[in-house]
Design a protein around this ligand. Structure first.
Ligand code: PLA
Length: 454
């Protein structure tokens, strides 16, 4: 705590301890002003006619990622470009619904035997089984030994949150280490669940690569049993992943210290275009017989963003433990949203259980991944041909949906103001939002921003 400063939650009931924990985590960081405005203490109960009982509520800040879209939508310029949120666009700049998804939806609509009854608390059984197979591999010993419990959740975010709530209630160590930097929602998801959030070194701005030494040192000095959040592939926002050899070293270190891995798999298939290759990090941890958690999202790889389809798997030592863990996951989920939505999970199950549809998906997925890789090359070439000062090779070296450009917040603000290009203030751009037509405009903007500062 800073001297003389008390948490705005200090006079609250024990139920508000989660907010307080998050406050302590964020204190001293720039996010603290934002937290103050998330929950300001009421001054007095208002009973006078006309005065609102919510008068004390201060306006909260826009989300650093989704708020970019809000600003973009207000811009009237015909050349405006949204490279903020990670959402795939076609070469024509349009959102894409995969053909295989349309086909699955048609089949579902035409099947009159289908009803709209509630799903069980844990979701659609087929979907859960197939999701575990997709991430762990069809021949995974953990699946064969029935040691995995999988529950359908509200996309990746909901899966992370349910996992975090379970850990806060049932795991002995409440500290979670997240990479520095990471997806901006991670500290909030884990902090609001009541975990204490710390970070480990991950990215080295000097090399624009992995700070592997720093990572090993920080995880090496974490308390035994601490939870560690790992991006399964296509690290967001940096686009920098450990090599297979480095993953193996991370595994050895974590297992030797009994650190508990919590994988966030939001981009399976988007990094390399291959679903199995992108799941390797998770599989090396599962194949050693140890325990871990995995949050999966179908937002990006099946383009099901708004359908909110995802899964949380907890790999346990024995089938008996897995059964007990599942019984407790149900107690987490039931008071939160009772049970998950039916439609999106039915689409996924339809595709995953049909050999031909699965095949069709992998082809469409590869096409999306390849288009992103082509955009990397085009942007890199465009900057080279303009002679933009600096080394831009990281654009083609980084992996997945995003390029972590190295542009600072002032340069980003300049590009938004002068070129109507919208991106997060940390300099991250969504390569999936770019097309051959818009690359020159982006390259002009980056060139001008860099020259201006030089
Ligand atoms: N985990 C990571 C690492 C992510 O990047 C995202 C989404 C999620 C989980 C959650 O996705 P889901 O709940 O939609 O399945 N990140 C996006 C969108 C693409 C966002 O911020 O919500 C991003 O632009 O970073």
């Amino acid at each position: 705590m800073h001297s003389g400063k008390t948490s705005p939650f200090s006079s609250f009931s024990p139920a508000d301890r989660r907010l307080s924990a998050l406050y302590r985590h964020l204190e001293g960081s720039s996010s603290i002003a934002a937290m103050d405005s998330i929950a300001a203490a009421p001054t007095s109960a208002s009973s006078a006619a006309g005065a609102s009982v919510f008068d004390h509520v201060v306006r909260g800040p826009e989300d650093p990622i989704l708020g970019v879209t809000v600003a973009y939508n207000k811009d009237q310029s015909p050349v405006k470009l949204n490279l903020g949120v990670g959402a795939y666009r076609t070469e024509e700049g349009k959102p894409l619904v995969l053909n295989v998804v349309r086909r699955a939806e048609q089949m579902l609509v035409n099947d009159n035997s289908r009803v709209k009854e509630y799903l069980p608390i844990v979701g659609l059984a087929d979907f859960n089984k197939l999701s575990a197979k997709l991430i762990l591999g069809a021949d995974s010993p953990a699946i064969q030994e029935n040691r995995v419990t999988t529950v359908q959740c509200l996309s990746g975010t909901g899966s992370l949150r349910v996992g975090a709530e379970f850990l806060a209630r049932h795991y002995h160590e409440h500290t979670i280490y997240i990479p520095q930097p990471t997806w901006g929602n991670h500290p909030k998801v884990f902090g609001f669940a009541g975990l204490s959030v710390k970070s480990y070194r991950y990215y080295d701005p000097a090399t624009r690569g992995l700070d592997f030494q720093g990572l090993l040192e920080d995880l090496g000095s974490a308390p035994s049993g601490a939870i560690v959040l790992l991006h399964a592939c296509a690290h967001n926002p940096t686009g920098v992943d450990p090599t297979p050899q480095q993953w193996e070293q991370i595994r050895q270190l974590m297992r030797s210290k009994a650190l508990l891995p919590f994988f966030d798999s939001a981009y399976q298939g988007f990094a390399s275009g291959n679903l199995d290759a992108d799941a390797q990090s998770v599989r090396i941890f599962v194949n050693d017989g140890g325990e871990c958690l995995v949050a999966q999202s179908y937002a990006k790889n099946l383009g099901l963003y708004g359908e909110r389809v995802g899964a949380l798997s907890i790999v346990c030592r024995t089938a008996d433990v897995a059964g007990r863990v599942e019984s407790q996951l149900k107690l987490v989920i039931r008071p939160m949203y009772s049970n998950p939505p039916l439609h999106g999970a039915s689409i996924v199950a339809t595709i995953l259980k049909d050999r031909n549809m699965f095949q069709e998906w992998t082809i469409e997925l590869k096409a999306m991944a390849d288009r992103i890789i082509t955009m990397r090359q085009k942007l890199f070439d465009a900057l080279c041909s303009r002679g933009t000062p600096g080394d831009w090779s990281h654009i083609i070296k980084q992996i997945g949906m995003f390029t972590f450009t190295g542009l600072n917040s002032e340069q980003v603000a300049f590009m938004t103001k002068e070129y109507h290009i919208y991106m997060t203030s940390d300099g991250r751009i969504s390569m999936a939002g770019l097309s051959s037509k818009t690359v020159p405009h982006l390259a002009d903007a980056i060139h001008a921003a860099v020259k201006r500062a030089a």
